[in-house]
Write a protein that binds this ligand. Structure first.
Ligand code: FE2
Ligand code: FE2
Length: 272
């Protein structure tokens, strides 16, 4: 498979279940720094089905709000623009991924998203909601392989379960790994540059133009890995980034607990 093939497959990704309009707009909002929270609220509220699903998630125990929230506007005021954007994105990714036999990708993506957000907060970064989006989308390149040849993609997973490095297994099966496929997909979707970087460099963040943010996705990805075994992080990467995570086992517990809750809630909230 060549880069041209990758691009061609991606061109045909419109075969995927159509994304609800509100999601397309949410992605627009992420791309455009001038969009306002009010604009997003108005768009969402035009779609009653998605509004009720989002409000169900907002009112769930995951957020632990004291009072029942009945409008998107209020939800944005209480939880913040970034948090609502994250809910919409997570919700949007679900049918896209699970229809292609990619339930594992979906679960792993959500865990990495939460891990990225938690780590960003712990490291005192002010863009933790952006980090959530980076984590959520980081492995979308795997989706390209699933769509192109599900059988070969499953073969790759089998090799990985036997201990073969995933990037190596993918290169053997497809001639490319999912970081390249992901980068092409991100470019095709015209996603913001930082998301493109995370998709391309989450396995080697030291090569990225934005190593701090992509580094968070690297650590997040490592923290939610199954099986979770030592060494948790690559020594070369940690020393180049000059970043380290104290108490990784403890942080992992915290992340998985949060992820479990959000996964259940999103699974229950039906996609309109
Ligand atoms: Fe990856
Ligand atoms: Fe990953």
């Amino acid at each position: 498979m060549t880069i041209k093939d990758v691009r061609e497959i991606i061109q045909n990704l419109k075969d995927l279940p159509a994304m609800p309009n509100v999601v397309v707009i949410a992605l627009e909002v992420i791309k455009n720094p001038n969009s306002s929270a009010k604009q997003l609220a108005n768009t969402i509220e035009n779609d009653h089905a998605i509004t009720s699903s989002i409000l169900k998630i907002v009112n769930s125990s995951y957020f632990g709000l004291a009072n029942q929230v009945t409008s998107i506007d209020k939800a944005i005021t209480l939880l913040g623009f970034g948090e609502i954007k994250n809910i919409i994105l997570s919700f949007a990714m679900k049918p896209m991924i699970s229809t292609q036999g990619g339930k594992n990708i979906w679960e792993h993506s959500l865990k990495t998203a939460i891990a990225s957000e938690v780590l960003a907060k712990k490291l005192g970064k002010d863009n933790s909601d952006e980090c959530f989006a980076l984590g959520l989308l980081h492995d979308m390149g795997k989706l390209v392989f699933m769509l192109y040849n599900t059988q070969a993609a499953n073969e790759v997973l089998k090799m990985v379960s036997k201990g073969v490095d995933i990037l190596l297994a993918e290169r053997m099966a497809f001639g490319f790994d999912h970081t390249i496929a992901g980068y092409e997909l991100a470019a095709h979707w015209r996603l913001p540059k930082l998301i493109q970087q995370a998709m391309k460099y989450h396995h080697r963040p030291q090569m990225s133009e934005q190593p701090e943010n992509v580094g968070i996705v690297y650590f997040a990805n490592q923290l939610v890995k199954e099986p979770f075994k030592k060494p948790y992080f690559d020594i070369e990467i940690t020393s180049k980034l000059r970043m380290t995570i104290n108490n990784p086992e403890e942080i992992r517990e915290e992340i998985l607990e949060k992820a479990d809750l959000l996964l259940k809630i999103i699974e229950k909230a039906e996609m309109p």
